[in-house]
Design a protein around this ligand. Structure first.
Ligand SMILES: [Zn+2]
Ligand SMILES: [Zn+2]
Length: 427
């Protein structure tokens, strides 16, 4: 059948507005709204029949029950919902009343057409309200990862706006020892800071095993500037609590939930964080990032460069020391899960390469060693042998006890390419 014959069949079902008529032919003549399409068909059928077209007010339409006259109203409600939120992209989703979807099926059935002819009411509602939201707010639709997601529940007569997280990338240096990367809740009181009615003795009522963390010295500033309601710190691995993070720093992403501001001045943010962290932690290279940057910093393979101060429990000869380093240079190290690592973790052997190692024997009992190794190489154990669980090791090769007395991470670098890739930035 031709479009016109089909349109005539739909028009034979009385009381259908232009949009509901046009929606049955939504796959024809792109660039028209369903309302324009429906009106054109109704007019042409009228011309053919030499009869006055009987236009139906959407308010009187039994199919959409007036919803096709309510696009503006819903768009205004959606825009009002996020009036005080800064965003550039959005997406509209609609939950239509079951009755409307049933009406749509009935209309097609009564007209003798396919049950899925044209498009669904829901698609039109999303699109028409979406266009209007864009016009009202000067923002753009994004079907992939919008900054704001609207849910229009027609049945409940509610508009919900979900503001998606914002992300800030940077690199941090930790200039003092004894600071964990993220909040470390006290295990004695489960982070509550109390034991019964008394303050927890283990953590002095603080709720945390350490009073500060890199997260606590940085994330609250970002949360405050972006006016969010929560923050999560994602690091590209982590150094030990007692190790410093120096040099070019470690990549991280701070995720801010439900932010009202997202296009913040990152130079200023950097200054604010550094002032807040008071010399204990420093951040640099801050940039606005996409949500994919979280996985990027967590999964991207990275090599690390360390500097370790080493103490020996017996005198070490300079030639032996040099020979041991030569042995380790470029070696593949087998490491059983270290004793100090979480005992609940199943013990397994893994291999990691030492790319480069250099050292300086300061006296017979102390040395400084710089190691560039693959991500996941346990440095303290490479030095101490961890009771023979790491081979080869500096202690093993020298035949003396060796221990790292201070550890600094100097560099964290992507193995295949740098962490900083334009695809992951918003600026
Ligand atoms: Zn209608
Ligand atoms: Zn406690």
């Amino acid at each position: 059948m031709s479009v016109l014959e089909d349109a005539r069949a739909v028009l034979a079902v009385d009381g259908v507005c232009d949009a509901c008529l046009g929606r049955v032919f939504a796959d024809r003549s792109h660039g028209l709204t369903n309302r324009e399409r429906g009106r054109a068909l109704r007019t042409v059928v009228g011309l053919e029949d030499d009869a006055e077209p009987a236009y139906v007010d959407p308010e009187e339409c039994w199919v959409c029950e007036g919803y096709c006259a309510a696009f503006d109203e819903w768009a205004e409600r959606a825009a009002a919902e996020v009036e005080d939120v800064e965003y550039e992209t959005y997406q509209v989703g609609t939950r239509p009343p079951a009755l409307i979807e049933e009406n749509e099926r009935m209309l097609r059935e009564d007209a003798g057409l396919d049950a899925d002819a044209g498009e669904r009411f829901k698609s039109e509602f999303n699109r028409e309200v979406g266009k209007r939201v864009g016009r009202l707010t000067g923002t753009e639709v994004d079907f992939d990862r919008p900054e704001v997601q609207f849910l229009l529940d027609l049945e409940d007569d509610t508009v919900e706006a979900k503001v998606n997280s914002a992300f800030v990338y940077g690199r941090y240096r930790k200039l003092e020892r004894g600071i964990p990367q993220t909040k470390w809740p006290c295990s004695a009181c489960n982070g509550s800071g109390r034991q019964g009615r008394e303050p927890c003795e283990e953590c002095d009522g603080l709720g945390y095993r350490y009073p500060e963390s890199v997260e606590q010295l940085t994330a609250p500033v970002v949360e405050d500037v972006m006016d969010g309601v929560g923050a999560t710190f994602h690091g590209a691995g982590r150094e030990d609590v007692d190790a410093r993070m120096l040099g070019t720093g470690r990549p991280f992403v701070i995720e801010i939930e439900d932010p009202r501001r997202r296009d913040v001045d990152t130079d200023r943010l950097q200054e604010d964080i550094n002032a807040f962290a008071d010399g204990k932690v420093e951040v640099e290279g801050l940039r606005l990032a996409t949500h994919e940057m979280v996985e990027r910093v967590k999964r991207h393979d990275a090599s690390k460069r360390y500097r370790a101060a080493v103490a020996f429990d017996a005198d070490v000869d300079a030639d032996d020391f040099a020979a041991a380093l030569e042995e380790l240079d470029g070696a593949t190290i087998e490491q059983e899960t270290p004793n100090r690592v979480d005992h609940r973790r199943a013990s397994k052997v893994r291999t990691r390469d030492v790319y480069d190692i250099e050292g300086d024997l300061e006296d017979a009992r102390t040395a400084t060693v710089e190691i560039h190794g693959a991500g996941g190489l346990y440095i303290k154990e490479l030095v101490s042998s961890d009771e023979g669980r790491t081979t080869p090791s500096l202690a093993g090769l020298l035949g003396v006890g060796a221990e790292v007395t201070a550890l600094d991470v100097l560099r964290v670098e992507g193995e295949s390419e740098p962490f900083e890739n334009a695809a992951y930035f918003r600026d």
